[in-house]
Design a protein around this ligand. Structure first.
Ligand code: NAI
Length: 302
């Protein structure tokens, strides 16, 4: 197979001063992408700021013969998002790829969650993806090409104790991915998400020895493929860890239908409602609605 490259492409990678984002930036830069290495350089809980991490990764790319600029704007405000995209346009004249990767943690069980623990998490993960992607999206539509990769998490897709704020933000990114995939289709903009698992400062205290095998650089090939011209999918979510790649999807059971549905019907038919045999995977809200209407018309005809 011909090697997948990024010659002529410009990528923004948020939170690229360390962990997963650094690996995504290094990999794409090593294959010809010009990269905006964005990172505020704060703590894992989102406190403080430091120009060092973004600068170091940009220097690392330059030393390896690549092209990169460091950027320390925060993704967590509309102004910050615009400034990051403006930086790409000033430095490189275009933007083709956005990898929304910046993230923080403020874990707490739900009954103890305060606005100070909720809002910054939503701001960085969920709203941050809006703030950075939207100004880039305008350019992507104009040029008829774009790739967006959002970073979701098992915590949202499957649930994780003590992460109501983080899980909700991460599942919000799945919704954003699905909608943007539909809106971007006619402009050759592909939007996908990854749910990674990797050893970074975010996870090193959580998983003990097993974490050693979860090298962050094993996540980046999936990001790079999704960011490439060769990417042939949109609106999908890939779980990626330690060299394994698989797809998460939303499946729908065949279900139970009764146009005069009662409360007791729900109780009596619960196993049929939940039965996974013959499930389908609707591609959009419209596809599910079409399925429902077809079932209704079959019922009326019968
Ligand atoms: P990390 O803490 O090493 O990297 C996150 C980076 O985002 C940091 O360098 C941080 O300075 C930067 N950042 C935080 N707030 C920012 C802001 N407002 N603007 C710009 N940059 C900001 O952690 P890691 O593990 O590399 O995380 C990367 C992404 O992957 C995050 O979105 C995280 O939630 C997600 N993730 C990671 C998993 C893992 O196993 N490491 C599991 C599931 C999701």
């Amino acid at each position: 197979m011909t090697e997948i490259g990024f010659d002529g492409r410009v990528a923004i990678v948020t939170g690229a001063g360390g962990g997963l984002g650094r690996q995504h930036a290094l990999l794409m830069a090593s294959r010809g992408a010009r990269v905006v290495v964005n990172d505020v350089g704060g703590s894992v809980h989102g406190e403080g700021a430091d120009r060092g991490p973004a600068q170091r990764v940009a220097d690392e790319i330059a030393q390896a013969g690549g092209e990169a600029v460091p950027d320390t704007n925060s993704v967590a405000t509309a102004e910050g998002g615009k400034a990051i995209v403006d930086h790409a346009l000033e430095a490189f004249g275009q933007v083709d790829i956005v990898v929304n990767n910046a993230g923080i943690l403020r874990d707490k069980t739900f009954h103890n969650l305060t606005p100070e623990l909720l809002e910054p998490v939503l701001d960085v993960h969920l709203k941050g993806a809006f703030y950075v992607t939207q100004p880039a999206w305008v350019k992507m539509r104009e040029q008829g090409y774009g790739r967006v990769i959002n970073t979701t998490s098992q915590s949202g897709v499957l649930g994780n104790f003590g992460q109501a704020n983080y899980g909700a933000a991460k599942m919000g990114l799945v919704g954003l991915t699905r909608v943007l995939a539909l809106e971007g289709a006619k402009y050759n903009i592909k939007v996908n998400a990854i749910a990674p698992l990797a050893r970074t400062r975010m996870t090193e205290d959580l998983m003990g020895d097993a974490v050693e095998k979860l090298r962050p650089e094993l996540v980046s090939p999936v990001v790079a493929w999704l960011a490439s011209q060769e990417c042939s999918v949109s609106g999908e979510v890939f779980t990626v860890a330690a060299g394994r790649v698989a797809r998460f999807f939303v499946g729908m059971t065949k279900g139970y239908f009764n146009p005069d549905l009662t409360v007791e019907d729900v109780a009596d038919h619960l196993s049929e409602i939940r039965d996974e045999t013959g499930y389908s995977v609707p591609a959009s809200a419209g596809e599910e609605t079409a399925f429902l209407f077809e079932m209704m018309s079959r019922f009326n005809a019968g």
